[in-house]
Design a protein around this ligand. Structure first.
Ligand code: ADP
Length: 617
């Protein structure tokens, strides 16, 4: 009896357990179903393979089709086949951990489409150590995988955009001020690896004080405000920083985008151009820039003062407005020179003002080049020299008048001296002859000085005239040398190779040239030495005419300026020698009128040789 009762109780207990197990299994199944997990069982000994409904759905198995291991193996994507087989072998090795966890691709049974699968399982052994069953789950992870790939692609894209924006750092922060992403070529330049920053709170990326000082900016962007700020880094670099809130579709801020652009170079360039602009604006000269089509692009205060037009009236207009009609051809000539990259310096010309006045201006025009050196425009500095010109004219008029007035009494003085000299030569008083000869030469010297002044005044007025004739060089040179000899006792002056040289030129003016060169040779040889005047025939019926001395010589720097008007060398050796600095200027100008040019070869302390070329007949 007791036994039956015990038995009944045990049966009831089993029944309860079975019910409990059924419930557990039902719950498990529901749980599995809700996760879209497929389950499978494989019995290697018998080859039996069972797939759950979800598993069949994943593989796209048609209704009623029989599942075999071969069929399963056939639908592994060929490239992944090896990996899967190896993983199965490994799981079934006795003594291993017998787990199976693998991601691979399949081709579905129904439409052969490619899917990503994640399979997990475990191998069970019987007491004899034989594989009994291999049980596991499978899930389709194609969508997740694609989403990951897409994310990885976006991340890569973000990185490459960020790295390729020049001089930038781009940071994305979450609402807790943690760095989600940080990139930029500035980071790379500084040798920072973005991986060391990602995930960190902004306060952990540098000194705490810096975070505290900038905290309010992050708070503003995370509150949804979009703004920009200019900040200077500890190393002096200047950044313009854009703060941009990133919002969800509902308008909630989910992240903050911070774009910092290094604008140090731009700032410095701005400062430089501001300084230049200030200089240009405060200049007394008119400073104008224009295109090659003569359209004005900038116009400073002084340009307005000089020409009367405001910047508004001139910018965008043609510069031709300023050029008098009879000088319009100047502009294309200047442009042509500039296009070749040349500069035009101190070009004296005339320009018209807004109210029609004619101004004398001195123009310095240079090409404007871009950073690649390409000529992109023209800058023009115009100086109003009207007053200077008037002053010069007044001075010239004065010099001309004085020289002219001096010439008449001097000529009559010279005649009296010559008459007396002729008389004395007959009477034979050597002292008187000597004294009168010297008086005659000094009068000639004065005449030649006055002649120089008159020539200078005429030259400035453009009134110089050249009267060419054929003459022999030798008698002219002898005349000049003889006069000079009377004045000097320490120099020997000789004439060489001048016989039979016939020249076609202005005899008086060439005489003036030689007089100036010979008197300089004497003047600048205070210790004596040989002076030679001579000729050398060269090709094409031309001669080089030279005057050389063994005097103080001229250094290279002074040689370049020697022929400028009023230029005089200033050094110890010549400081006591008097002069006006117009002799060589006249020499140079007279020779220009003969299509020739004065040249000099000289060495300090050794002497000089001045020479020029003329045509013979
Ligand atoms: P000036 O002699 O009146 O000063 P010039 O125009 O004739 O003016 O000459 C200009 C300068 O050239 C002189 O001041 C002088 O220093 C220098 N010079 C001219 N000729 C010679 C020379 N033969 N030797 C050395 N220096 C010379």
């Amino acid at each position: 009896m007791e036994n039956i009762q015990e038995l009944n109780e045990k049966i009831a207990q089993y029944e309860r357990r079975e019910k409990q197990l059924e419930q557990i299994e039902a719950r498990l199944r529901m749980a599995i179903d809700s996760t879209q997990l497929g389950t499978w069982e494989y019995y290697p000994l018998t080859g039996e393979l069972n797939w759950s409904e979800e598993c069949k759905k994943i593989y796209g198995v048609p209704d009623g089709a029989k599942i075999t291991f071969e069929a399963f193996a056939k639908h592994i994507y060929s490239a992944d086949n090896d990996v899967v087989q190896k993983a199965i072998q490994k799981a079934m090795e006795p003594g291993g951990d017998n787990h199976y966890n693998i991601t691979y691709r399949i081709t579905r049974f129904d439409d052969n489409s490619l899917r990503w699968i994640r399979a997990q399982g475990k191998v069970y052994f019987d007491p004899a150590g034989q594989v009994e069953s291999f049980i596991g789950t499978v899930v389709d992870i194609t969508e997740t995988k694609l989403a990951f790939e897409k994310l990885a692609r976006s991340e890569k894209l973000f990185k490459s955009i960020a790295v390729n924006i020049p001089n930038s750092i781009i940071i994305v922060i979450d609402t807790q001020c943690r760095i989600l992403a940080i990139e930029g070529d500035v980071m790379e330049k500084m040798g920072f690896d973005s991986k060391n920053y990602e995930g960190k709170h902004l306060s952990e990326t540098g000194p705490r004080e810096r975070y505290e000082a900038t905290k309010h900016l992050y708070e503003r962007v995370l509150k949804g405000e979009r703004f920009s700020d200019e900040r200077t880094a500890a190393n002096g670099e200047i950044y313009t920083v854009h703060f941009i809130p990133l919002k969800t579709e509902d308008g909630d801020v989910e992240a903050g985008l911070i774009i910092a652009l290094d604008i140090t170079d731009i700032k410095q360039a701005e400062e430089r151009s501001a300084k230049l602009a200030a200089i240009v604006e405060s200049s007394d000269d008119a400073i104008i820039s224009k295109t090659f089509d003569s359209i004005v692009t900038s116009w400073n205060n002084s340009a307005q003062r000089t020409f009367g037009y405001t910047a508004e009236e001139m910018i965008g207009q043609s510069i031709l407005k300023l050029i008098p009609e009879d000088r319009l051809e100047e502009e294309p000539q200047i442009i042509a020179r500039l296009k070749k990259g040349e500069r035009v310096e101190h070009f004296e010309t005339k320009r018209v003002t807004k109210d029609g006045r004619l101004l004398d201006v001195s123009l310095t025009i240079s090409p404007i080049k871009d950073t690649q050196g390409k000529v992109i425009g023209v800058s023009k500095i115009a100086r109003d020299i009207t007053e200077k010109k008037q002053e010069e004219t007044r001075k010239n008029d004065f010099i001309a008048m004085v020289s002219h007035e001096l010439k008449t009494p001097l000529t009559s003085m010279k005649s009296y001296v010559q008459v007396l000299l002729a008389k004395e030569k007959k009477d034979g008083d050597s002292f008187k002859i000597n004294a009168l000869t010297r008086a005659d030469v000094q009068a000639k010297k004065m005449t030649s000085m006055i002649q120089d002044f008159l020539s200078l005044a005429r030259l400035e007025d453009g009134k110089i005239t050249i009267n060419k004739e054929v003459f022999d060089l030798q008698p002219l040179a002898e005349e000049i040398i003889n006069d000079a000899k009377i004045l000097t006792s320490i120099q020997s002056i000789q004439l060489e190779h001048a016989a039979d040289v016939r020249i076609y030129a202005d005899r008086d003016k060439i005489g003036q040239v030689l007089t100036n060169l010979v008197s300089n040779a004497i003047k600048y040889s205070p210790k004596g030495g040989n002076i030679t005047v001579g000729c050398e025939r060269i090709n094409d019926g031309k001669v080089i005419i030279y005057v050389s001395d063994e005097g103080v010589g001229i250094n290279n720097e002074d040689q370049k300026k020697l022929f400028d008007r009023f230029y005089r060398v200033r050094n110890e050796k010549v400081k006591t020698i008097s002069g006006f600095g117009i002799g060589l200027y006249l020499v140079s100008e007279i020779l220009k009128y003969h299509n020739s040019k004065i040249e000099v070869e000289s060495e300090e302390g050794k002497g000089s040789r001045f020479y020029f070329i003329l045509e013979t007949v």
